[in-house]
Design a protein. Structure first.
Length: 373
């Protein structure tokens, strides 16, 4: 295998073109987000250790993980900073990579449930303390920009809920993981910010506290608006909970802002996009679109998955692709909006509150500066 060489100073961070992204329910070429170089790990020798508050600390090879019952989930994996550019430009400056609307991918992930892995080691925590416990994930394969390793954690109670579909992925879209997507094994945490889906996983720890990693304690948190400088933020990092569930969201992929759009003969244009449910509250049940934001019409949710055994595929965690035909008068500087609603009734608001790191932005989807001809 060719060695991938990316320096710590220049990790691979990229997002695909939106029109391409929303053209397929299953994403084959998704975004990349890394905090350091991409390691090239030997699948044959790699092991994942399970330590901490367990009956037996164990070390599992990829073959050991493959021998456990395999589970597949189709879910949207989303960077916490997806749409940060919109918060930066619509509200005010934020701190972080200038992601547009494409830092998300919807894929089929396959591997053993984390619950089964933890039960193999045995959880050694009193029942009344389980709700306070965390499962921490670590990758010691490479240095990161802000720490000596990458780490994150999620509540133990969520991992032990089989319906949460949290797994150790060995495959993405029925193929072995590639190095840039975490080969040979990564965590997949449906509904939770992508920062917790640790790549190149080599350690799982059951513990009574969150991960001590920089990326859990000093990043990926929705700080209050008064924390408006890095200096002021220091007073809040230890008081604000780490971001877990991502909010309901939608994005317009077609047409692209700032472009000229030709109307059809009936005076309509086609709008396309994606929508994401909030946390565990999927699936998406409704997307509405509006020219100008005054009146709204329902978009059509596109029939999602047509692969093998499609009837048995759970789409609670997946995104929804949608399309709409809307009447638009000729003109310049036209704005089109979208808003999504999930099964729990959570609906996008016009604009969320600003936060320093620009995470979890979920204001209306928007295509602006359009010239309609």
């Amino acid at each position: 295998m060719v060695q991938l060489e990316y320096s710590v100073e220049e990790p691979l961070n990229r997002e695909p073109d939106l029109e391409t992204l929303v053209s397929s329910f299953i994403t084959t070429d998704g975004y990349d987000r890394n905090h350091g170089p991409i390691p090239n790990i030997d699948t044959g020798t790699h092991k994942v250790s399970v330590i901490g508050l367990v009956d037996d600390e164990i070390s599992l090879s990829v073959a050991d993980l493959q021998a456990l019952p395999q589970h597949s989930v189709i879910c949207a994996l989303q960077c916490a900073g997806n749409r940060r550019h919109t918060m930066r430009t619509k509200l005010k400056e934020v701190s972080g990579i200038d992601w547009f609307d494409g830092a998300v991918m919807n894929c089929k992930w396959t591997g053993p449930l984390l619950k089964d892995v933890l039960e193999k080691a045995g959880i050694n925590i009193e029942d009344e303390k389980v709700e306070q416990a965390h499962v921490a994930f670590s990758c010691f394969q490479t240095l990161t920009q802000e720490d000596d390793h990458y780490g994150a954690s999620i509540p133990l109670a969520r991992t032990m809920d089989r319906d949460s579909s949290i797994l150790l992925a060995l495959q993405m879209n029925d193929k072995p993981l590639t190095p840039n997507h975490g080969a040979p094994v990564r965590v997949i945490t449906p509904g939770i910010a992508g920062a917790r889906s640790v790549k190149w996983l080599d350690q799982i720890s059951v513990q009574m506290s969150e991960s001590k990693s920089y990326y859990q304690q000093h990043d990926y948190k929705i700080l209050p608006p008064e924390a408006d400088t890095k200096e002021k933020a220091e007073n809040y990092w230890g008081k604000v909970a780490a971001l877990q569930d991502m909010p309901v969201n939608s994005v317009i992929g077609v047409p692209k802002s700032g472009t000229t759009v030709q109307r059809d003969a009936d005076g309509t244009i086609e709008i396309k996009g994606y929508a994401l449910p909030s946390g565990a509250d999927g699936p998406i049940v409704r997307v509405e679109v509006s020219v100008g934001g005054e009146t709204w019409q329902d978009a059509e949710l596109i029939k999602a998955y047509e692969g093998e055994d499609a009837e048995d595929v759970e789409l609670k965690w997946a995104w929804a692709l949608w399309t709409a035909k809307v009447k638009v008068e000729k003109g310049r500087d036209i704005k089109i909006f979208s808003r999504a609603t999930d099964k729990s009734g959570s609906t996008q608001e016009k604009c969320p509150e600003w936060n320093l790191r620009g995470v979890a932005y979920n204001g209306y989807g928007e295509a602006f500066g359009l010239e309609i001809v």
